[in-house]
Design a protein around this ligand. Structure first.
Ligand SMILES: [Zn+2]
Ligand SMILES: [Zn+2]
Length: 161
């Protein structure tokens, strides 16, 4: 049996209904291991070797779970329907598959200052999301090119002065 810890464990916990507090499977041959770094635990430690491991695990764990909660709320609000192509992926019909077909899109991208607030989030299917992401990458690329060009022409002007 292989140790499952760190981000792999967080990924595994996503599909579970119980809390991290009840997680007791970090044990192999009677020895517990740290759920963040995977090192064997010494003494009476139950989950982490030290505070650093504790904090590191929690930051990511919390981030992932808060996000999945937000996402679920948006999917429900949009009735599991892509807001671009209007395809519905009903979890009552498709089960878990529905969740993997849909993604939560930031209308104003995170890199452009968009928030996780409801009004900035919308349900898209994977395909439509890909298109939106491509547009964003292009936009960022063009802006950068513009800024670099401007920077260069300024240098040139300074040089010509
Ligand atoms: Zn550790
Ligand atoms: Zn779509």
């Amino acid at each position: 049996m292989a140790k499952v810890f760190g981000k792999d464990l967080i990924e595994k916990m996503k599909g579970r209904s119980y809390w991290l507090a009840d997680y007791k499977e970090n044990i192999i041959d009677g020895v517990r291991y740290c759920i963040w770094c995977g090192n064997d635990l010494i003494g009476r430690k139950r989950k982490y070797c030290n505070e650093d491991c504790d904090l590191s695990f929690w930051q990511i764990y919390k981030g992932e779970f808060v996000w999945s909660e937000i996402r679920n709320k948006i999917f429900n609000r949009d009735d599991f329907t892509c807001q671009k192509c209007k395809t519905k992926y009903d979890p009552n019909v498709l089960g878990d598959d529905a969740w993997s077909k849909l993604e939560c899109h930031h209308i104003i991208a995170r890199v452009e200052g968009g928030t996780h607030k409801d009004e900035n989030l919308v349900t898209l299917c994977k395909e439509c999301h890909k298109k939106e992401t491509r547009k964003l990458t292009q936009r960022i690329f063009t802006t950068r090119k513009f800024l670099i060009n401007r920077h260069h022409s300024r240098l040139l002007l300074d040089f010509l002065k």
